[in-house]
Design a protein around this ligand. Structure first.
Ligand code: ATP
Ligand code: MG
Length: 291
């Protein structure tokens, strides 16, 4: 790993496949490995933000994309010391339109992330269910993509389109971009069609498909309304155990399974934490200290 953060976009243009649930919970599990981690919500639905109890945040990813406010000034603390969240909001719908007129419009998020220097070791981006300019910004900023896949009839077709898009972005905007891995969400082992689709996905993508499947688990769908990742909401649930295992597979793959190289030093944020959504990050929030 270099000294800049390793950036992964959680992406699938199909709606409701578990992108946000996975981004929210993987971010928590990765942060639990003591690595300074940032979760960026790039979806105007802002579900990843509210899953951490952040609603109507004063500073949002919009400000970083459009007004070039440093990303660290838009980051909020969470209950996990090593995890920060840059929230989204409805403004982001407008950002998609405003970005069109901007120079290097696909590179705005990459620029913002680059400016965070060594503040974070891992960054996860939750993408909206489309392949518009917001997702393009995420793909341009990312080192790799994580693809949640629900084993349904059209899953493979959607996956083929997505891999094509990744190839296109690699060719035109971001030569680093690769597929980090594919994982199965809301998996039901008793369903024959699901088994068949899984066999096809594994046959086609081989090692790129993680061994861990995320089962359907009601605790995972309850946790966001408590503003907590599953790790804090119910660590003994099947959903929590699955996300811990998936994060472990991912860290092994990134060769980051061992304890981090140095104690985490996160940017110092202001007091506008998740508990006080109406609080505002101060204009003068210090930039992260270089480590
Ligand atoms: P969108 O495309 O709208 O952004 P998404 O791909 O981010 O959706 P999620 O929001 O994570 O998908 O999940 C869709 C719904 O399914 C949510 O209500 C979520 O709580 C639920 N869900 C996701 N994963 C699981 C799971 N493993 N078990 C049970 N419910 C789940
Ligand atoms: Mg989502």
């Amino acid at each position: 790993m270099g000294s800049t953060p390793f950036v992964m976009a959680v992406v699938n243009q199909k709606g409701g496949v578990g992108k946000t649930t996975s981004a929210v919970n993987l971010a928590a599990c990765l942060a639990a490995s003591e690595r300074p981690t940032l979760l960026i919500d790039m979806d105007p639905q802002a579900n990843a933000s509210s899953a951490y109890g952040i609603v109507k945040a004063e500073r949002q990813v919009y400000d970083a994309l459009i007004d070039e406010v440093p990303l660290t000034h838009c980051a909020y603390e969470t209950e996990l010391e090593t995890l920060h969240v840059v929230p989204a909001g409805r403004d982001l719908v407008g950002a998609e339109i405003e970005l069109v007129g901007k120079e290097a419009r696909e590179h705005q998020l990459a620029r913002s992330i680059h400016a965070t220097g060594e503040a974070y070791e891992l960054i996860l981006i939750d993408c909206p269910p489309s392949l518009g300019l917001l997702t393009l910004n995420a793909l341009t900023a990312a080192d790799s993509v994580l693809i949640p896949l629900q084993c349904e009839y059209y899953a493979l077709e959607g996956l083929a389109n997505l891999v094509e898009t990744v190839d296109l972005v690699r060719g035109q905007l971001n030569p680093r971009l690769s597929v980090q891995g594919i994982f199965l969400t809301m998996a039901d082992q008793r369903n024959n069609l699901a088994k068949q689709v899984e066999a096809e996905v594994r046959g086609h993508f081989g090692e790129k498909v993680y061994r861990t499947r995320i089962p359907r688990n009601v605790r995972l769908s309850e946790a966001p309304s408590h503003g907590q990742p599953i790790l804090l909401y119910d660590i003994h649930s099947k959903g929590a155990i699955a996300y811990v295992k998936l994060a472990d597979e991912l860290l092994s793959q990134l060769d980051m399974r061992e304890a981090p190289r140095k104690p985490p030093i996160l940017p110092i944020l202001n007091d506008a934490s998740r508990r006080e959504p109406e609080g505002r990050p101060s204009e003068t929030a210090p930039l992260p200290e270089r480590v």
